[in-house]
Design a protein around this ligand. Sequence first.
Ligand SMILES: [Zn+2]
Length: 98
Amino acid sequence: MAAARLIVMTQHPDIDDLPAFALRMLNTEKTARIQQHLESCPDCRAVARDYARIADLLLYAAPLCEPPAHLKQQLLDRIAGVTEPSGITVVALQETTL
Ligand SMILES: [Zn+2]
């Protein structure tokens, strides 16, 4: 028998908190409260989903810029200096069908 899950409708969050939630700018307490509310409120869940899409698109709104040349070389130097930790055996990945 499956365990029943009780979902309690909580008070709608403040209208300004949903965009901040989408941008992950709220503290852990508010974030948890909103996540709990979204489980039981399809209206707020739809609004939060829209804000999340907008937040994702904001990444593309920033202008592209060329990183300084020394940054690329520093990154390549760091990668070249990384060694495999001892005691770990690398095995070939096996193809699976889902
Ligand atoms: Zn709500």
